[in-house]
Design a protein around this ligand. Structure first.
Ligand SMILES: [Zn+2]
Length: 244
């Protein structure tokens, strides 16, 4: 690329107007945020992570299978350290619970630079998590989002107690129980395991919220450039049960 062309394509982040930002979404992956060629190259330290939504989904679940069967790859912190200094191109975003027993990188047998992870107790989409996911999808080109609930979630237990038994929790904890309350109410008449039912419903409601999150995620989903799925992690087996 000639110097002039390079200069013309070099658009710094603060120069990206909202209109241009949205207009570029339909272009492709990492370039759609208006990054220059140089910036795009720097942002792809892991070429193997550039993939379709379906391929990303298959890779994520294959990693969980390795983890569940004790066949995880060993961590190599030296290998990608230099490459990851100038950029990142993870292939999947995870909305995980903050529970200490859930570790997405381990659960899906991935290394640094592979997963863009947001975490909050109860794995629901907050006003801060949504823009983080938009950033991962639009600026980093991540083609897959998984909302990941888990067996035995304390946040879900608390929300059931708060919603059905009017139990009060101190400080700001009530924020969590309120956020999960729609799943508690939606499953009130379901038979079976109450905790498991609410856990699954909470995942499904948040998957739907993300699929319809305008203007960015809903557009990428409609264009089939982004896949959004839900799953529940089984503490006993290490396997992720798919819900969508
Ligand atoms: Zn939890």
């Amino acid at each position: 690329m000639c110097q002039q062309c390079d200069n013309e394509s070099a658009v710094s982040d603060h120069q990206i107007s909202k209109r241009n930002f949205l207009k570029t979404i339909s272009v492709s992956g990492l370039a759609m945020a208006g990054l220059s060629t140089r910036e795009v190259l720097a942002a792809v330290p892991k070429p193997d992570n550039v993939m379709t939504p379906e391929a990303a989904f298959a890779r994520l679940m294959a990693g969980n299978e390795r983890y569940a069967t004790g066949a995880s790859h060993p961590f190599d912190f030296q290998r990608d350290r230099a490459a990851l200094v100038d950029g990142q191109n993870p292939y999947a975003s995870i909305v995980s619970c903050a529970d200490s027993r859930i570790t997405p990188e381990l659960c899906f047998d991935e290394q640094r630079g592979d997963l863009f992870v947001t975490r909050v107790a109860g794995n629901y989409v907050t006003a801060d998590i949504l823009p983080s996911l938009e950033f991962s999808a639009v600026v980093l080109g991540v083609p897959l989002i998984m909302v990941l609930g888990h067996q035995g979630c304390g946040a879900v237990v608390a929300s059931i107690a708060a919603t059905e038994k009017h139990q009060d929790f101190p400080g700001h904890i009530q924020t969590i129980t309120t956020a999960i309350a729609p799943a508690v109410k939606a499953t009130a008449k379901e038979s079976g395991d109450r905790l498991a039912n609410v856990t699954r419903k909470n995942v499904l409601l948040n998957v739907e919220r993300l699929k319809h999150a305008a203007p960015l995620l809903s557009k990428l989903v409609a264009e089939k450039k982004l896949k959004i799925v839900g799953g529940v992690y089984n503490l006993s087996t290490g396997r992720v049960e798919l819900l969508t």
